[in-house]
Design a protein around this ligand. Structure first.
Ligand code: ADP
Ligand code: MG
Ligand code: MG
Length: 536
C-alpha cells in the first residue's frame, strides 16, 4: 500500500514539475537545429494548395504569408491589416467594439487615409466609401471582408508562392513530415486507462509541450477486432479542429502500441468532478458553461456528419484553464447526409431509445445522451439509474423506454428541467437538437454568448488548481497474458502504417509557434532575407 502511495507521489511530482518547465532550458537544443531542404518545390501544384489552407488555416503558413505581405507592397499590408481589425471588431463588445468600428472607418474607408482600401473596385469600392457609423454591420463588413480576401488570393498569393517566405514554409513542411517515435517524448504518469491500454502524460523533448498519449495495445486490438475502430478514431480526430474537441497532435506506432498524442487535459474528466470531489454534483453556473461548450463540440461534429455516440461526463475532459472538450471518439461514425445506421453502440444509461430498439438513427442519439449527462452533472445520478445502483442493463433499457424522468434533486431549476425534458423526448422528431431545432436558443443558455464562447473569449467559472492532479491514483499492473499468442500479418502491418502518419499539421505548427521554436529558427536578417543557417 505505502509503496504504491509513494510511487504515485513521485509520479505526480515529476508530472507537475514538467508542466511548469522553464523554456530557456530548451534553447540550447534549438540552437543546433536546422530546417531541412524541401524535397519538392511543387507544393502549389498539390491538392492542398488552396489559399485557405496555406495562408489562413495553417498557423505557420499564416504567419509567413503575413510577414511576406508586410515587406512587399503597402496595399498588400493594408488588406491584411483590415482583415485583422475586422476580426477584432467582430468579437469585441460594448465600448471596445465602438472604438474598433471608428478606427476601421477612419483608417480604411477615408480616401485621404494612408490605409485606404484603394485596391477595391466597382461595387466594393462604393460600399467602402459609403460605410459609416450608421450602416456598419455584418452584411456590409462581410462583403468587404470577402473583397479583401479575393484581392489577396490573386496577385499577392501568386507572388508569395515564388517568394523566400514560401520557400521557408516548404522547409517547415518538410520538417513537419519527420518520422515520429517514442524518442520524441519523455513519459510521465498514467492519467487513465481505456479499453485497449493506458493514457500517459508525455512531453515533447524539443519544445517542452505537454500532451496526453493514448496507447492502444496492438495485440489487444487485433484480438478484439479493434483495428478498424482505432483507425476511425484517429482519422476523425485529425479531421476535427475545434476548441471543444480534443485535438490530435501526433499519431505513431512503436513495436507494441499505436499511439495517439492529444491535448493534455489536466483538469480531470467531468465524472471525476461529479463524484470524487467533495459534495457530489457540479454547481449550476459550471454546468451551464460546460454544457454550452459540449453543445458547440457536438454541433461541430454534426456539421461534419459525424455522430459521437459516446456522450457522457466521463468523456468530457477539462484543461488547465477550466475549459472542456469532448474526447474518446472511438465510437464515432461518419454518416453522410441522409445515411443512417442501426448498430447498437454507446454506454448503458446514456443510450437513446432508438439505439436500444435498434432502429435507424443519426445525430439524434447525441442529444439524448447530452440530456442524460446534464441530469447527471446536477443530480449525481442518471435519469434511469441511481448512483451505484446494482441493476441489470435490461432494466435500465426498460426504464429508458417506458418510465418518466423524475426530477427529485433540489438543485433542478425550471430551465434545467425543461432542457433535459426536451433532450429526453423519446420521439426523435420532438427532441431538442433534432429537426432544425437549435439547442443554443434554449433559455437554459440565456447567460451564454455563444459567439464569444466559440472564439474562446469567455472565462471559465472555475479554474483547476495547478498543483493538484485531478485523476485517481493508478497501479501499474496491466494484464497481457491473454494476448501473448497473437501474431501480425501483412494486413496488420498495412494498417499500422496507415495509422502512423506522424505530426498533424495545425497542431504541430501551433506547438512550434507557442514554444518559441518557430521564432528561434525563423529570424529574418536585416533586409528580410533568411539567415544563412536556414538554407542548409
Ligand atoms: P477508451 O476509449 O478506452 O475509453 P479514453 O480515450 O476514454 O479511452 O481514455 C481513457 C481515460 O484516459 C479517460 O477516461 C481519461 O481519464 C484519460 N484521458 C484520455 N484522454 C486524455 C487526455 N487527452 N488528457 C488527459 N487524460 C485523458
Ligand atoms: Mg472512454
Ligand atoms: Mg473509446
Amino acid at each position: 500500500e505505502d509503496l504504491v502511495g509513494l510511487n504515485n507521489l513521485v509520479a505526480n511530482t515529476a508530472y507537475l514539475k514538467a508542466q511548469h518547465l522553464d523554456r530557456s532550458e530548451l534553447r540550447k537544443h534549438m540552437l543546433s537545429l536546422t530546417l531541412p531542404r524541401p524535397k519538392s518545390l511543387a507544393l502549389h501544384a498539390a491538392a492542398d494548395s488552396r489559399y485557405e489552407s496555406l495562408c489562413e488555416q495553417q498557423p505557420i503558413g499564416r504567419i509567413l504569408f503575413q510577414q511576406f505581405l508586410q515587406t512587399c507592397n503597402p496595399q498588400y499590408e493594408v488588406a491584411i491589416k483590415f482583415l485583422e481589425e475586422l476580426s477584432i471588431w467582430s468579437f469585441a463588445e460594448d465600448e471596445t467594439k465602438e472604438k474598433a468600428k471608428r478606427s476601421i472607418l477612419a483608417k480604411f474607408c477615408q480616401p485621404e487615409s494612408r490605409h485606404f482600401l484603394s485596391f477595391l473596385t466597382g461595387e466594393n469600392a462604393k460600399t467602402c466609401k459609403e460605410l459609416s457609423c450608421k450602416n456598419f454591420d455584418e452584411t456590409m463588413t462581410d462583403q468587404l471582408k470577402e473583397a479583401a480576401r479575393d484581392f489577396l488570393k490573386g496577385q499577392p498569393f501568386c507572388e508569395y508562392l515564388n517568394s523566400p517566405s514560401f520557400y521557408k514554409f516548404l522547409q517547415w513542411k518538410e520538417y513537419e513530415k519527420q518520422k515520429i517515435s517514442d524518442k520524441n517524448f519523455y513519459e510521465f504518469r498514467t492519467l487513465g486507462r481505456g479499453g485497449f491500454g493506458e493514457v500517459h502524460a508525455v512531453q515533447v523533448k524539443l519544445t517542452g509541450q505537454m500532451y496526453a498519449c493514448k496507447k492502444l495495445d496492438k495485440r489487444h486490438l487485433k484480438k478484439k477486432g479493434g483495428n478498424g475502430l482505432a483507425l476511425v478514431e484517429k482519422q476523425i480526430l485529425e479531421k476535427v479542429n475545434s476548441l471543444f474537441i480534443v485535438n490530435l497532435a501526433y499519431a505513431y506506432a512503436n513495436r507494441t502500441h499505436l499511439c495517439l498524442v492529444m491535448d493534455l487535459m489536466n483538469g480531470g474528466d467531468l465524472r471525476f468532478h461529479i463524484y470524487e470531489l467533495g459534495e457530489r454534483g457540479i454547481r449550476m453556473e459550471r454546468v451551464v458553461y460546460y454544457v454550452a461548450q459540449i453543445t458547440l463540440g457536438i454541433l461541430h461534429l454534426h456539421s461534419m456528419d459525424i455522430v459521437y455516440r459516446d456522450m457522457k461526463p466521463e468523456n468530457v475532459l477539462l484543461d488547465g484553464k477550466g475549459q472542456c472538450r469532448l474526447s474518446d471518439l472511438g465510437l464515432a461514425v461518419e454518416l453522410p447526409k441522409g445515411k443512417t445506421i442501426c448498430q447498437k453502440a454507446g454506454t448503458t444509461g446514456y443510450m437513446a431509445p432508438e439505439v436500444l430498439k435498434q432502429e435507424f438513427y443519426r445525430t439524434s442519439v447525441d442529444w439524448w445522451a447530452l440530456g442524460c449527462s446534464i441530469y447527471e452533472m446536477v443530480a449525481a445520478r442518471l435519469p434511469f439509474r441511481d448512483f451505484r445502483e446494482k441493476v441489470q442493463n435490461t432494466e435500465v433499457t426498460r426504464r429508458t423506454l417506458e418510465d418518466d424522468c423524475k426530477f427529485e434533486h433540489k438543485r433542478f431549476d425550471a430551465a434545467t428541467k425543461d432542457i433535459i425534458s426536451h433532450f429526453l423526448k423519446r420521439k426523435v422528431e420532438h427532441r431538442l437538437g433534432c429537426r432544425d431545432s437549435d439547442p443554443r436558443s434554449h433559455v437554459f443558455f440565456q447567460n451564454i454568448n455563444f459567439r464569444r464562447l466559440e472564439a474562446g473569449l469567455v472565462d471559465p467559472p472555475w479554474v483547476p488548481k495547478s498543483n493538484v492532479v485531478y485523476t485517481r491514483d493508478t497501479d501499474k499492473f496491466v494484464d497481457t497474458s491473454e494476448v501473448q499468442d497473437i501474431e501480425f500479418d501483412d494486413k496488420d502491418e498495412t494498417f499500422f502504417k496507415a495509422f502512423s502518419t506522424g505530426a498533424v499539421s495545425i497542431q504541430w505548427q501551433k506547438e512550434m509557434i507557442e514554444s518559441g521554436v518557430f521564432d528561434q529558427l525563423n529570424d529574418l536578417g536585416p533586409n528580410g532575407h533568411n539567415c544563412g543557417r536556414m538554407w542548409t
